[in-house]
Design a protein. Sequence first.
Length: 268
Amino acid sequence: MLASQRRGEILAIVEERGAARVSELVEQLGVSDMTVRRDIERLDGEGLLERVHGGAVAVAPRVTDEPGFTAKSTLMTAEKEAIAHEAARLVQPGATIGISAGTTTYELARAVREVPHLTVVTNSVPVAQLLHDSPVRPVVVLTGGVRTPSDALVGPVAVSALQGLHVDRLFLGAHGIDRSAGLTTPNLVEAETNRALVRSSRSVCVLADHSKIGIVGLSTFLDLADVDTLITDPGIPTRARQVLEEGVEHLVLARAARGRGPRSEEAG
């Protein structure tokens, strides 16, 4: 394994677990204690993790960090696909749905693009393009506004375009989900646009993989108590699962089963 690949493995392990001991990394990677310590020191110097006594911890994301659509689309791909396929079961022919910007909601758009007589209201440029190029060509209402790094159209123009629109169910993504802060985003203007999407919907279904749990962005746009359905994956910690079961009406864990497609369990 090249040094760069090894450091990438260390970073992935630390980010997934939140922290890792040197001894654990030595055993998992099959390298010396000194090699792991040098790698941790290098990653710490680059600001990718934080070196602590005996190991390393993940760097907490800043509340204003906003990764781009392309960067996020390479993360948690299996989990996002499983979540999207579970959410697609809620979409009936002839329905009018809302799809917010995000990479998991984009996977939902891919999963429903052949549902007949579908009308989609979205502020996501990639979602609109995907549905426009689909064989069935559903009716797509794309809001206007300023384009964010996550390829969302936001701002007063987007909010104005959503006024007077009504959808049966909104499929909503989030930068972070927290017990106290609720659903958050680093972008203040996107938060306001998401609130407008929520106001236009009869029911809200949130799509978020387990890496979003515990993350707090700059601005809250929805409280947990106002979520009708939250679809995530079984990677969420036990305590977080208990909090979500108490906070939302329906919690669904979408699990990707090998060779048989996604399967799910409803919690709570």
